[in-house]
Write a protein that binds this ligand. Structure first.
Ligand code: ZN
Length: 61
């Protein structure tokens, strides 16, 4: 899930609620997603919602 804090955004795992470890400016959404992918996160779509699983929780490996 995406946590929105004033002018910042933070990515948190939908399974364990761990943060991706960095807080980004709200305009840096794409950078945040790229950072998470670099960290091994899996980001995928379920219906109309996006799911964000950290490297420990992703179930495809
Ligand atoms: Zn997790």
């Amino acid at each position: 899930m995406i946590e929105r804090l004033d002018d910042k955004i933070e990515l948190c795992c939908d399974e364990c609620s761990n943060s991706a470890g960095r807080v980004f400016g709200k305009d840096d959404f794409d950078i945040m997603i790229q950072h998470a992918k670099d960290e091994g996160w899996r980001i995928f779509r379920v219906g109309r919602d996006w799911k964000h699983n950290c490297a420990d929780c992703r179930d495809d490996r």
